[in-house]
Design a protein around this ligand. Structure first.
Ligand SMILES: *Cc1c(COP(=O)(O)O)cnc(C)c1O
Length: 388
């Protein structure tokens, strides 16, 4: 038999890192001690009190059946309380919150509810790839908004063509930003909400990193902006905040029609999140938050250790107070992929070339702070021996 992938699968962007994966395997085969700063996945385990809550909930037969697909009422109430506590935002849990099997799942399905074939999504680049692939799977096309250093890695809304805006349905934003670590201001969110109202757009805000910070306050939520609930839906996740990437638990919150559309898609595709996982997530959101603050301090320390080595090598990095990523400039005359393979070959440090997140990422690499301080110190010492 011959089977062919659909046009939508064929339209996915090519995987850019085949050659880099090959080099990494080759370097590893040479016996080099590789320090992997490539993946965006916290290395530390989930805090014990959350695991305890799962243990307890897993033993209760009530949790062994199909959950309510939009999430347990108690979970949604917990999310609403969290928004009130962290952001001063009022949400009606049963209409304005939906549980997700990780925020990636929700982000990927959302366009099926609001993008018709031929519609346009406004997608930042460099970015997390799901905004683009979700749009593609719904039959839409992405119009890319470059995130540039000269604009503090915020999209330039005034640069978007009016003919494109007329066809656009969704605008995506992600702050704190992966891959750059850049943040957004409340002023930017106010401008974005007004822009969305003018052009009849849905704002999708991906806030996966809002708690990954060493500041006392979380990064602002777009839902804090007056009128945001008229146009916005925010996707959030326990993955990065509580080192729970493997658990698959997130939520969407905001405009009730947007939540309803997403819920309709989901009710036809999945059957919700294991209730024991939702109960563990409630323990995470309601329990002591010192584990979150401690991770923030740890990322700050790791960042300083690594940056010292990068700076000694003559490599500049973007200043930020958020995320566990370092966005570093590639030395003049080199491409992102060349630089990443050089670091792998010469010092055994694995990084991600910025152009893998979109063309405007060319000229940068991303380093994830997902190794312990002594390993990052080792990486920094090796990097410091290079000169650019
Ligand atoms: C990690 C990540 C997510 C998704 O995480 P889930 O584990 O699916 O909740 C979403 N957006 C960005 C930008 C991420 O880096």
């Amino acid at each position: 038999m011959t089977y062919e992938f659909t046009d939508r699968l064929k339209a996915l962007p090519p995987y850019l890192f085949k050659e880099l994966d090959r080099i990494r395997d080759e370097v590893r085969a040479r016996g080099v001690d590789i320090i992997d700063l490539g993946v965006g996945d916290p290395d530390r385990p989930t805090p014990p009190h959350i695991i305890e809550a799962l243990n307890k909930a897993a033993k209760d037969p009530k949790n062994h059946q199909y959950p309510v697909y939009t999430g347990m009422n108690a979970f949604r109430e917990t999310v609403a309380d969290w928004y009130k506590r962290r952001h001063g935002v009022d949400l009606v849990a049963e209409a304005e919150v939906c549980s997700l099997i990780g925020s990636k799942e929700g982000l990927a399905q959302f366009p099926l509810a609001f993008i018709n074939p031929g519609d346009v999504s406004l997608v930042p680049e460099p970015s997390y790839p799901v905004y683009r692939s979700g749009t593609l799977f719904a039959g839409g096309t992405s119009h890319f908004m470059p995130l540039l250093a000269k604009n503090a890695f915020l999209p330039d809304l005034s640069a978007i063509d009016e003919a494109i805006l007329a066809k656009a349905k969704i605008i995506y934003v992600n702050y704190p930003n992966n891959p750059t670590g850049a943040s957004a201001t409340r002023e930017f969110y106010a401008e974005l909400v007004a822009f969305a109202k003018k052009w009849n757009l849905i704002v999708v805000s991906d806030a996966a990193y809002s708690e990954v910070t060493w500041l006392d306050q979380p990064h602002p939520s777009i839902l804090e902006t007056p009128g945001a609930k008229d146009v916005a839906i925010e996707f959030h996740s326990l993955s990065k905040t509580y080192n729970m990437t493997g658990w698959r638990l997130g939520w969407a919150a905001g405009n009730s029609v947007l939540i309803k559309g997403l819920g309709l898609v989901k009710s036809n595709v999945d059957s919700g999140v294991f209730q024991a996982v939702q109960l563990a997530g409630m323990a995470a959101l309601e329990g002591p938050q010192d584990c979150v603050a401690a991770m923030g301090q740890l990322y700050k320390e790791r960042r300083q250790v690594l940056i010292e080595g990068l700076n000694k090598a003559g490599i500049e990095v973007l200043k930020t107070d958020y995320t566990f990523y370092v966005w570093a400039s590639v030395p003049k005359g080199l491409k992102s992929a060349d630089f990443a393979s050089k670091l792998m070959n010469e010092v055994g440090v694995v990084t991600t070339p910025g152009n893998g997140f979109g063309p405007s990422g060319e000229g940068y690499i991303r380093l994830a702070l997902v190794q312990e301080v002594p390993r990052l110190k080792e990486a920094a010492d090796r990097l410091a021996k290079l000169k650019f």
